[in-house]
Design a protein around this ligand. Structure first.
Ligand code: SAM
Length: 328
C-alpha cells in the first residue's frame, strides 16, 4: 500500500492526456483557447504507459483519463486499449465533455470502462452555448444516452456559477429521478486559464445545498464512499445520487488519495500545487524505472497536508492555470 507523509493512501492517478479541448468553457479557458502544448512537449503514449506501469507497481489501482478533452487526441482508443492490459490496474475511468464521445461508447464498453464522468453544466441549449462557447448540447446528451444504453455508470459534473447556471441546479438534480445517473455540483475554482479573476465562489457548497433543500426539504444525507470528494445526498423517490464537491473550499483533503500527471508530464500531488516533479524530463534523461520510483516516492513523502498549504507554497505564483492543463 502506497502511503504519503500524512498517512493517506495514494491509489488513484488522474492522467491528463492533452491540454486541447473542443469546448471553450469560460470557467476553464479564454475564448481563443490556451497556448497549446507542442507535440514534443506532450508525453508520448509510450511515456504515459511506462509511467502508469511504474505507478501501478507502486500501488495505483485506478486511473482516470482526462484532459483537456481526451478524445481530441489522436489514437486515444488505442492508448486506452493498451492501458487496459496493464497488470494490477483495477479500474480505468474517463472524464469527457461528451462532444465526440457517443460513437466511441460501444468500444469503451468492450474495453471494460465502467464509469464515465460527463461534464454538463446546463440542460438549456442557449445557456450551454453561453457557457461553453459552442452549440454542442445535443451531442453531449447523445453521449449520456449511449452510456446509459451500454450500462456504463454516468456521473454528471456541473460547475455552479453565479448568474449563469444556478437555475439549472434543480433541473439537473431532477435527472436523478428517472435515470440511474449521479449528479455532482462543483464549486467554481480559480483554474480558468487566467481569463478572469476568480475569488471565493458565492455559490459555495452551503448555498448549493440550501438550494437543493429548498426544493426537497427531506433530502437525505447518505454515506460518502471512501475517498469521496463529494458530499452525497439522495432526493426522496429518486434513483441516482446528488453530490456536492467543495472544490474551492477543499473539505476533502484529509482523505485525498489522488495524484495528477499533466499532459507535459508534471506530477502534482495536490490540485493546488504548482507541480512537484517533471517526470517527462526525468524519463527523457534516461532514468531507469528504479530511479523514477525513487523520485516518485520522495514526492509522495513530501505531500502538502491540504490545498491551502499547497496554494501557500506556490510562492506568489497565482492559481490561474487552466483545468485543461491540470487534468480536471
Ligand atoms: N474535457 C473533459 C471534460 O470536460 O469533462 C475533461 C477535462 S475538464 C478540465 C474536467 C472537469 O474540470 C470538467 O468537469 C470541468 O467542468 C471542470 N472544470 C474546469 N474548470 C473548472 C473550474 N474553474 N472550476 C471547477 N471545475 C472546473
Amino acid at each position: 500500500m502506497l502511503l504519503d507523509n500524512h498517512g493517506r493512501i495514494i491509489n488513484y492517478l488522474r492522467l491528463a492526456v492533452t491540454d486541447r479541448c473542443n469546448l471553450r468553457c469560460h470557467y476553464c479557458m479564454p475564448e481563443h483557447g490556451l497556448e497549446w502544448l507542442s507535440r514534443s512537449e506532450l508525453l508520448t503514449y509510450e511515456e504515459m504507459l511506462r509511467l502508469c506501469g511504474v505507478l501501478v507497481r507502486l500501488g495505483i489501482n485506478k486511473i482516470r483519463i482526462t484532459g483537456g478533452e481526451p478524445f481530441v487526441r489522436k489514437d486515444m482508443m488505442k492508448f486506452i486499449a493498451a492501458l487496459s492490459q496493464l497488470d494490477g490496474l483495477q479500474q480505468i475511468n474517463l472524464t469527457t465533455n461528451g462532444v465526440a464521445t457517443a460513437p466511441l461508447v460501444p468500444e469503451l464498453k468492450k474495453l471494460g470502462i465502467r464509469s464515465v464522468n460527463l461534464s454538463l453544466d446546463t440542460l438549456d441549449r442557449e445557456r450551454f452555448f453561453q457557457i461553453t462557447r459552442r452549440d454542442e448540447l445535443p451531442k453531449v446528451l447523445d453521449t449520456m444516452d449511449a452510456l446509459l444504453r451500454h450500462d456504463i455508470k454516468v456521473k454528471i459534473n456541473a460547475v455552479v456559477m453565479d448568474g449563469q447556471n444556478t437555475e439549472d441546479i434543480i433541473p439537473l438534480a431532477k435527472l436523478t429521478q428517472n435515470l440511474p445517473v449521479d449528479v455532482r455540483f462543483i464549486e467554481e475554482m480559480p483554474f480558468n486559464g487566467g481569463d478572469h479573476a476568480a475569488a471565493r465562489p458565492f455559490w459555495d457548497h452551503h448555498r448549493i445545498l440550501d438550494t437543493l433543500r429548498s426544493e426537497w426539504p427531506d433530502l437525505e444525507k447518505i454515506p460518502d464512499p471512501p475517498f469521496s470528494t463529494s458530499m452525497n445526498y439522495r432526493l426522496p423517490g429518486h434513483h441516482g445520487k446528488v453530490g456536492i464537491i467543495a472544490a474551492w473550499s477543499r473539505t476533502f483533503c484529509g482523505t485525498c488519495n489522488r495524484i495528477r500527471v499533466t499532459p507535459q508530464g508534471v506530477l502534482k500531488t495536490c490540485l493546488y500545487d504548482h507541480g512537484v516533479l517533471n517526470l517527462r524530463d526525468l524519463m527523457r534523461e534516461g532514468l531507469s524505472d528504479t530511479e523514477l520510483t525513487d523520485h516518485l516516492l520522495f514526492a509522495f513523502n513530501h505531500r502538502h497536508k491540504n490545498g491551502w498549504d499547497a496554494e501557500e507554497a506556490r510562492r506568489g505564483i497565482p492559481v490561474k492555470e487552466s483545468m485543461a492543463t491540470i487534468g480536471g
